[in-house]
Design a protein around this ligand. Sequence first.
Ligand code: ATP
Length: 256
Amino acid sequence: MKAKSETTSKEKVIAIKGVTKSFGDYQVLKGADLNLYKGENLVVLGRSGTGKSVLIKIISGLLTQDSGTVNVLGKDVNQLKAKELLELRLRIGFSFQNSALYDSMTIRQNLEFPLIRNKKKLTKAEINNAVETVLDAVGLMQTINQMPSELSGGQRKRIGIARTLILQPEIMLYDEPTAGLDPITCLEINSLINEVQERYKTSSIIITHDLTCAKEVGNRIAMLLDGQFQRKGTFNEVFDTDDARVTPFFEYNFIQ
Ligand SMILES: Nc1ncnc2c1ncn2[C@@H]1O[C@H](COP(=O)(O)OP(=O)(O)OP(=O)(O)O)[C@@H](O)[C@H]1O
């Protein structure tokens, strides 16, 4: 398997500079610097508890950093009023492990839901069209009238991604997109993440512990070590090291 190469864009859609965050005496982030460039897939790696979720919460304004700056799509997240923050969040798609589908709604209703809630001016025909377009993008048109319980875990994950895409986000945040899926389904989800990048021209951060996913989808990898992104670059650059904090990731995943 060949690793992806870096994209050429240097336009920053997210710029994180010198971010620190403590909970009580415990400092999780110790001056984290990270840019997400337009159109790229950036994979964030790091051991459990290193602060990946904290960082995503800071990016989306759910937590405030102690120091440093976070700029998302040209806005200083810290300076935004509540309404501006909500507007910014609508430009970001969150694909989280716990973003479950509504069990009592059909797939069509699940996909309509974010549109009806957030884009009140759309006509019924526009909503139908949007639903069919995203279902086609994730290759699951045949499930439109099914219930979530009738779908496999991988299909539900795809529908979850479709429900996020329906609002046409500029940035996608994927939190462990392949966790709990079998290896073949993982490969399908990796392909979908790459298709989303191509088709929707999104810029994405993908948090994962799955190095096959990292290698297949990441134009760049950033590894959080001791509260900072101490290793950044292509997959091969990040793992070309004897650093004892880095090599176990690679050895555990037996990646080719
Ligand atoms: N609201 C909070 N209050 C207190 N401590 C917190 C809070 N949120 C996170 N932490 C602590 O910050 C540290 C980093 O947590 P975080 O959830 O970001 O880890 P992570 O890197 O996402 O881990 P995982 O890979 O297991 O999801 C942990 O020690 C956690 O206990």
